[in-house]
Every structure is written in C-alpha cells, then in structure tokens.
Write a protein that binds this ligand. Structure first.
Ligand code: UDP
Length: 311
C-alpha cells in the first residue's frame, strides 16, 4: 500500500485530497495545525482504517515514522483576509514548513508536490497566464506575504530537485470553489453565497469588472493527482479557463439562490489583480487533463453545501 502525507488536511483543498487518496486505496496521513482548517472537514475520515490525523504545525520539525511515498504540501492560510491577519504564519509555512517537508521527502525518498498559486503571477501583465510568465508581484504589498512565500516555495523545491535529485511537482492553483470553503474566509464566492442566502447586500469590490476564472474543486484535485503521478517536474497551471467578471459572479449567485440581495460596491483592496485566467495548454498536453464541471453545476453543488451549513 502506498503512503501519502497531506499537510493542510483539515482545509478546503487538503480535505478533498484526503478523500481522493482514501478512495484510491492509499494509506493517508493528514496533518494540520488547525489555524484555518477545521476538523469538520475530515471528521468523516476519522473512522477510516487507512486515515491518521496528526495535529502538528509543519513550521516545526516534522516527524513521520515508517515509509512515505508522497508528500503533498497544502498547509497555508490561503484567502486574502486570512493572510492579511496572519502574515508571519503565512510566510513561515511557505518557507520553514516547505523546508522541513523537503527534508522529510529527501529522508524518505518520497515524491513531493507543492501547492503553488496563480498569485505567483501577481497583477499579471500577460493574459492568460502561461507557466513561463515570471509575474508582476509587489513584494511589500499586503498580498506579498503570500505571493513571496509561494515564490520562495517554488525556488526551494526546484533547488532540492536540482541539487539533491528529489522528485518534485509544482502545481499553480487558480481560483477554486466548492463545498468546505469557510463561509467567513472572505473570498468572493463563499461571501456572495452567504450574503445571498441571508438576503444581505452583496459586497462587490471596485467596479466588479476585475476578472477571475473559477474551477470546481473535484476538477482541481483530479488535475493534482494526475500531476503527482506524471513525470513532469516544472510548474503546471491547474484551473478553469472560463473567465468572468466578479460582478457577473455576484449576479449568478443572486439568480441561483433566488435572493433579494442587491449589489453594493465597496473599495477595491490594494494590489487586487485586475484579470486572471489560466493558460492550461500544458496540463492538457502533459496530463491529458481538462476541467469537466460547468459553473452552473459547480455553483449548484456549492449552494447546496452553504444552504446546509449556514443554518
Ligand atoms: N471580492 C469582492 N467581494 C468580496 C470578496 C472578494 O468583490 O466580498 C473580489 C476581490 O476583490 C477579487 C475577487 O473578488 O477581485 C476574488 O477575490 P478572492 O478573495 O475570492 O480571491 P483572489 O482571486 O483575489 O485571491
């Protein structure tokens, strides 16, 4: 049986990855310090024979007994309001945490996949964003703590690959949504759902003309799994290239939920990227991966989750 360590296991993406690896017959160790994650996301796994939970902060030395075949590093505050509130933890988990896990991977001769992000492209001057674009990041702006932690994480991972010959994979994750996002994590879709369900004003930042491209979580974890098992060590974008304005996203949520909410325009946060759309040519060619879930289907599934969890 192959054994995988998933950090950030109690978070949105980490918990979906735990589900995926359990369903595929792996022995899974989920690790989380519960800074932003919640045991609710993995409580259904606790009775699984092949799931073990470690309550641990990966910025401290990480010890795992016995063999490990794969490590997936998904621990980090990941929403803009979280990393604004926890700037130092965000920098530490991307740097010290990644260093500890790369050391563990080297010791165990495990393959390590890191969760990088479209934020490495910053407020992009190239559109859509392909993997060869170096990005436009403000290192000292409010988002810099996340963006630079993730850029450092990529650099450190490539150094372990080049210097130690470690097997590594880098996924650049674009906006993703679905069940288990925190209602209060501040990101656009969970915020809009929670406001729409309560008939409160929908807070659209700026004029709402900035764009994002939203990927449903099952598509994302499928792409990550394919990347892990591929033999490609350079960064790969995984995301859904269907791009919409934030205003349109708000309108779609209002229509889907039959809400009486009106849009209320608020100030645009500093360094908020104006556009974002993944170029997924690489994932299509190398992984034979394509997102399958339409926004209509994905938003419906997400709505059902929030309806249940907001009451
Ligand atoms: N946004 C918004 N209202 C909200 C939350 C977010 O208009 O209540 C906007 C935000 O300014 C950004 C986009 O929605 O332009 C996506 O924001 P999110 O926090 O989901 O993620 P980002 O892509 O910025 O990391």
């Amino acid at each position: 049986m192959e054994r995988v360590l998933i950090t950030g296991a109690a978070g949105f993406l980490g918990s979906h990855l735990c589900d995926l690896f359990i369903s595929k017959g792996y022995d899974v160790i989920g690790m989380d310090n519960l800074l932003t994650g919640s045991m609710d996301n993995i409580s259904h796994l606790m009775s699984e024979k092949h799931f073990t939970f470690y309550h641990h902060d990966v910025t401290k030395f990480v010890h795992v007994p016995d063999k490990l075949d794969y490590i997936l590093h998904f621990a980090s505050p990941a929403s803009p309001i979280d990393y604004l509130k926890m700037p130092i933890q965000t920098l530490k988990v991307g740097s010290l945490g990644t260093h500890n896990l790369l050391g563990l991977a080297k010791e165990k001769k495990a393959r390590m996949l890191i969760a990088s992000t479209s934020e490495v492209y910053g407020d992009p001057l190239v559109h859509p964003q392909h993997e060869e674009y170096w990005g436009n990041v403000n290192p000292i702006g409010p988002r810099g703590v996340y963006d630079e932690a993730k850029r450092f994480m990529e650099a450190l991972t490539m150094a372990y690959h080049n210097y130690h010959g470690l097997e590594t994979r880098i996924v650049r994750i674009f906006n993703t949504y679905g069940p288990r996002m925190r209602v209060d994590d501040g990101r656009a879709l969970p915020t809009f759902f929670s406001q729409a369900i309560k008939d409160q004003d929908i807070t659209v930042f700026g004029d709402g003309m900035q764009t994002r491209s939203f990927c449903y979580v099952s598509d994302l974890v499928d792409g990550i799994y394919k990347l892990l098992l591929s033999d490609y060590h350079l960064p790969v974008n995984i995301g859904n290239p269907k791009e919409i304005t934030i205003k349109q996203a708000a309108e779609e949520v209002v229509a889907l939920t039959n809400s009486k909410s009106k849009i209320s325009y608020k100030e645009l946060p500093v360094d908020d990227p104006k556009v974002r759309q993944p170029d997924i040519t690489k994932a299509q060619k190398i992984l034979n991966w394509n997102p399958m879930v339409t926004r209509k289907e994905g938003l419906q599934l997400t709505y059902e989750y929030f309806k249940k969890n907001l009451k």
